[in-house]
Design a protein around this ligand. Structure first.
Ligand code: ATP
Ligand SMILES: Nc1ccn([C@H]2C[C@H](O)[C@@H](COP(=O)(O)O)O2)c(=O)n1
Length: 260
């Protein structure tokens, strides 16, 4: 039914931001293949960016870019080669030379550095503990931002991109810009479950809250910038969060100037 762009919304504003419910209608047009659709998602650690963004990309049938995986891959490479992470020139050079293969499919997670499959290793606590030292290196950021923009272009600007500076730096021109938040308590609880209950409360505080503190010195992801929607997932389950994000996508595409 080409041309029939029927979209149903109901929305309500709370002190936490805007919550929008969306009822998909078969055959609707605003998200049709061929139109640029960059969905930029930022948020703090454990807010659900990676898992939610991946599912949103699947449902929108667009590519998916986990920019945090790129910072983790640089960290893995530096540690593997025994580099001193405080030597900023060396670490920047490593980022520029990084031989990285990263899946941009939401259905297949894979990260390889110099041909080594590091998909699982980059998620280990030892990388989470060191990655901020790499992510706060401005030379590394410039290089990875350049690569991220190139990847968005290569995918015809149809991609969900998630990280810390996507709405504010990497893809300020995205069709949809969204901050995914959750309370500190919810984020630490989720990370604890995700790591199979292997971490102490102190470990979780370090990997979630303290890492955010360090990362927030170079990227702003605790407050939504102008025109950026907010979804607070503290009291939502995974499916409800995915639906809330999809509702924002549809609202933003239907009314591009609406902001949040
Ligand atoms: N709304 C939700 N309710 C409950 N659990 C959730 C929700 N959203 C995500 N999760 C779970 O929380 C965990 C952390 O999510 P995820 O790894 O996507 O967070 P993240 O923001 O990408 O974190 P980081 O930036 O540290 O990588 C995952 O196990 C995920 O399945
Ligand atoms: N656009 C981005 C993405 C990630 N980072 C930093 C912040 C994290 O410490 C690290 C790993 O990210 P995660 O996998 O936990 O999402 O990379 C950043 O600075 N900018």
């Amino acid at each position: 039914m080409a041309g029939a762009a029927v979209t149903e919304f109901s929305s309500s504003s709370t002190s936490r931001g805007t919550s929008v419910r969306y009822t998909p209608v078969p055959g609707e047009e605003p998200l049709r293949v061929g139109r640029p659709l960059v969905v930029a998602i930022d948020g703090p650690s454990g807010s659900g960016k990676s898992s939610v963004s991946k599912e949103v990309a699947r449902r929108l049938r667009v590519a998916y870019l986990d920019t945090g995986a790129m910072y983790r891959a640089v960290t893995w490479d530096c540690l593997d080669r025994g580099l001193d992470l405080t030597d900023s020139a060396l670490v920047e050079a490593a980022a520029r030379a990084l031989d990285l293969e990263l899946s941009t499919s939401a259905d297949h997670e894979s990260v390889a550095v110099r041909g080594h499959d590091v998909t699982a290793e980059i998620r280990e606590p030892r990388i989470s503990q060191s990655v901020s030292a790499v992510a706060t290196n401005l030379g590394v950021r410039n290089e990875l931002i350049r690569r991220q923009r190139a990847l968005i272009a290569v995918h015809g600007r149809r991609m969900v991109v998630e990280g810390r500076d996507i709405t504010t730096v990497v893809a300020r021109d995205a069709e949809v810009r969204l901050l995914l938040t959750a309370s500190e308590e919810a984020r630490m609880r989720r990370r604890g479950i995700q790591l199979g209950g292997t971490q102490t409360a102190e470990d979780l505080h370090q990997q979630v809250i303290e890492r955010d503190l360090k990362d927030s010195t170079v990227a702003s992801f605790s407050q939504a910038a102008d025109g950026v929607y907010t979804v607070d997932s503290s009291d939502l389950d995974f499916e409800e969060t995915v639906e809330a994000v999809l509702a924002v996508v549809h609202a933003a595409v239907a009314a591009p100037q609406a902001g949040h």
